[in-house]
Design a protein around this ligand. Structure first.
Ligand SMILES: O=C(O)/C=C\C(=O)CC(=O)CC(=O)O
Length: 220
């Protein structure tokens, strides 16, 4: 054991990236201390595209996490790694196989079916004129599915009464929905869960406005 040097995990993160935010919530819930290396997605066309960062993450996206001597990319993959390596530090997956499947289902609808369609690179491609309507369309379509799924499995949170990875995905996506002025009135369960979690310390500390790279005029 003597020569193992425990280094603090490093999260490559951008304050307003919903995928970085998911991982920040999971790290906070599991009480894993970490340092943030801010990657600006907008400065100079995006620091994620520079050669140095491409070595960390070939998809040129955030987040990436250096932990346990490894570098991992893709937010859901990172969250599952945290869960598998630290299952007893505030479990974020239920024990029951069906409930686990429900958690993964909601995570996937958001992380594959909604977020990528309203991601910055896609909106740049869609163009300034159409981007708001585009983002609203795909978030609304996805939230219809999420609301329907939640009507069958939600308790206090997305799946039952314990916080899971599904909640880590939902809250940042609700923020994005508000950012694009999506009408959230048709989604009462989503809104209730979001309200339930907004003041939770782990969620508050992960919020974009609490990040070291949040512009001061937004942070206040
Ligand atoms: O400050 C910016 O406008 C740049 C990027 C983002 O918000 C992050 C995204 O691309 C969307 C997302 O995380 O889902």
């Amino acid at each position: 054991m003597g020569d193992i040097v425990e280094t603090k995990p490093v999260l490559y993160s951008y304050w307003r990236s919903s995928c970085s935010w998911r991982v920040r919530i999971a790290l906070n819930l599991k009480e894993i201390p970490y340092d943030i290396k801010a990657v600006s997605l907008i400065k100079g066309g995006g620091e994620q595209h520079c050669n140095e960062y491409r070595e960390v993450n070939p998809m040129e996206q955030v987040p990436s996490l250096c932990i346990d001597g490894h570098t991992l990319v893709e937010s859901l993959n990172i969250m599952h790694y945290l869960e598998e390596t630290r299952p007893n530090q505030r479990p974020l997956m239920p024990q029951d196989c069906f409930k686990r499947a429900k958690v993964r289902e909601i995570c996937e609808v958001i992380s594959s079916g909604i977020q990528p369609l309203q991601n910055l690179i896609v909106l740049i491609y869609v163009g300034e004129e159409k981007k708001k309507e585009w983002a609203q369309h795909w978030i609304t379509r996805g939230f219809r599915a999420v609301e329907k799924l939640l009507s069958a499995c939600a308790g206090k949170y997305c799946v039952g009464d314990e916080i899971t990875l599904a909640d880590c995905c939902l809250v940042p996506q609700v923020f994005n929905a508000r950012r694009f002025h999506v009408d959230l009135r048709p989604f009462p369960i989503i809104l209730r869960i979001d309200r339930e979690l907004e003041n939770h310390p782990a969620f508050r500390a992960a919020h974009p406005s609490s990040q070291p790279d949040c512009p001061p005029e937004v942070a206040k």
